[in-house]
Design a binder for this molecule. Structure first.
Ligand code: NAD
Length: 483
């Protein structure tokens, strides 16, 4: 049976003003299982009005402590509802259940982390000498607009909405066209926990219309964007119109992983990491380690080890037990990844695993087999461009200097990784990688307490950590003549 989802504007669930409803497709079956109302610019305007009004109504009376406690209570509710939310998430996105539940846990952690910050934001006083008092107020920005992609919708929703609310702002959120039900389901929990009307508004719909409208509007005092570089440029241009602060822009990535372990007996860690890069979220991650630069003498053993590892990855619908990779999120994404696989073969890379639909899954569902390309080089498009699927490239490197130069030779600069048991190598590489995020001997620390974000085309600003919440505030200096 179909279920209908609506927009949230000023505390009220409603259809979009022109009545548009769009079917929501399960990417494992290609069948519609629900429908969602899409908003218009008229709805976006109502949401901005509501968010603006909320800045000076009941919400303004909430103390920071109350805002923090509220976020804790939503986190607890997310955990209480994790089974139902995960089921919806698997159906809408295709993620296997353990990954859907993992993202919901991440969402709860963002709410708790930033909830804990709500009552710790302070201003300061500045001593200008006798007869003068100078103090600095830390205030919320006002109405913030949050534009999200489809790959980690709940993680990304909570990592920006939580600090925005903790700091006393109001929010208008535009989820991605592909995935909005889970965001709407989460927003319902915020409403049920007693968030005043207008503080959180959710408008699903077309980015080219709604995203453009929201980022160009003068009522907006802060923009958070996660998505592609191409759209990021448009958002920056739109923000320039009203000099709207851009809180953060998390754009794409093409993360390198450098394998410089001592010998073949130490290849299990990096080979497992490569299999994980393919499997987790079916490779649809901005931080996916997609370029593997491997010490030349360990290059072939590494490839063998990776191929062995990925044989045990089960591809299938989230409803099947033991699945490591679900389908890609949409037909568009499936076609894009398939076209990159063809590009890789045309460019002369050696296909050592995968390369198309996995066997035994029929012709329904956007499934792509774990794919490994060897004998790649930095001039290939499959090495330079973001594929955003279960595909990795492997490249031999003659020494660390060459590997570092190749790793840094990319327009993106988000995540990266080094595998080594030598402590000097580890920290030298960490300091020389031109990125915002480095992991040593494994992939973790993407959120909450630590700053996550990129350099170069990967974006600006940081999510997670104290700097993230400060970006949702502005400073006001007050001088008093005491004479
Ligand atoms: P996208 O740029 O196509 O869309 C992102 C969002 O922007 C969507 O909500 C879309 O509707 C909206 N949008 C489209 N046109 C717009 C416009 N003119 N103005 C304002 N908004 C507009 O990206 P996507 O395909 O949904 O997501 C994949 C991209 O996101 C990848 O490049 C990925 O690396 C990146 N990403 C980055 C991070 C990170 O933290 N760095 C995290 C997740 C995804």
């Amino acid at each position: 049976m179909h279920t209908s989802y609506q927009l949230l504007i000023d505390g009220v669930w409603r259809d979009g003003s022109d009545g548009t409803k769009v079917p929501v497709i399960n990417p494992a079956t290609e069948e519609a299982f629900a429908e969602v109302s899409w908003g218009t610019t008229e709805d976006a305007s109502l949401a901005l009005d509501a968010a603006q009004k909320a800045m000076t109504s009941e919400w303004a009376e909430w103390s920071p402590t109350r805002r923090g406690r509220f976020l804790f209570s939503v986190a607890a509710t997310v955990r209480r509802n994790i089974v139902e939310l995960s089921a919806l998430f698997c159906q809408e996105h295709g993620k296997p259940p353990h990954q859907a539940a993992g993202e919901l846990e991440d969402a709860a952690r963002y709410l708790e982390y930033f909830g804990g910050w709500a009552d710790k934001l302070t201003g300061m006083t500045i001593d200008l000498g006798r007869g003068q008092l100078d103090y600095v107020l830390r205030e919320p920005l006002g109405v913030t607009v949050h534009i999200a992609p489809w790959n980690y919708p709940l993680d990304i929703f909570c990592r920006s909405v939580a600090p925005a609310l903790a700091a006393g702002n109001t929010c208008v959120v535009k989820p991605a066209e592909e995935i909005s039900l889970v965001t709407l389901a989460l927003a319902r929990l915020f409403q049920e926990e007693g968030l005043p009307a207008g503080v959180l508004n959710i408008i699903p719909g077309p980015g080219a219309v709604l995203g453009k409208y929201l980022t160009e509007d003068p009522r907006v005092r802060g923009i958070v964007f996660t998505g592609s570089v191409e759209t990021g440029r448009k958002v920056l241009e739109a923000a320039a119109r009203n000099i709207t602060p851009v809180i953060s822009m998390e754009l794409g990535g093409k993360a390198p992983s450098l394998v410089f372990v001592n010998d073949a007996t130490e290849l299990d860690g990096p080979a497992g990491g490569a299999a994980g890069a393919i499997a987790w979220n079916a490779g649809q991650s901005c931080g996916q380690r997609s370029r593997w630069y491997v010490r030349r003498d360990l290059y072939e053993p590494f490839i063998e080890r990776v191929v062995e590892r990925i044989r045990s990855l089960k591809v299938g619908p989230a409803t099947e037990a033991g699945v490591s990779l679900g389908p890609l999120v949409s037909k568009k994404q499936y076609d894009k990844v398939m076209s990159y696989i063809q590009i890789g073969m045309d460019e002369g890379a050696r296909l050592v695993a995968g390369g198309g639909r996995p066997e035994g899954l029929g012709d329904k569902g956007y499934f792509v087999a774990p794919t490994v390309f060897a004998d790649c080089n930095n001039s290939m498009r499959i090495v330079r461009e973001e594929i955003f699927g279960p595909v990795i490239t492997v490249i031999p490197a003659d020494g660390l200097d060459e590997a570092l130069a190749l790793a840094n030779d990319n327009a993106f600069g988000l995540s990266s990784e080094i595998w080594t048991s030598d402590i000097t190598t580890a920290h030298t590489v960490a300091s020389r990688l031109d990125v915002g995020h480095v992991t040593i001997n494994g992939s973790a620390a993407f959120g909450f307490e630590v700053p996550f974000g990129g350099v170069k085309h990967s974006g600006l600003g940081r999510e997670g950590g104290p700097e993230a919440i400060l970006a949702y505030t502005r400073l006001k200096n007050v001088w008093v003549n005491l004479k």
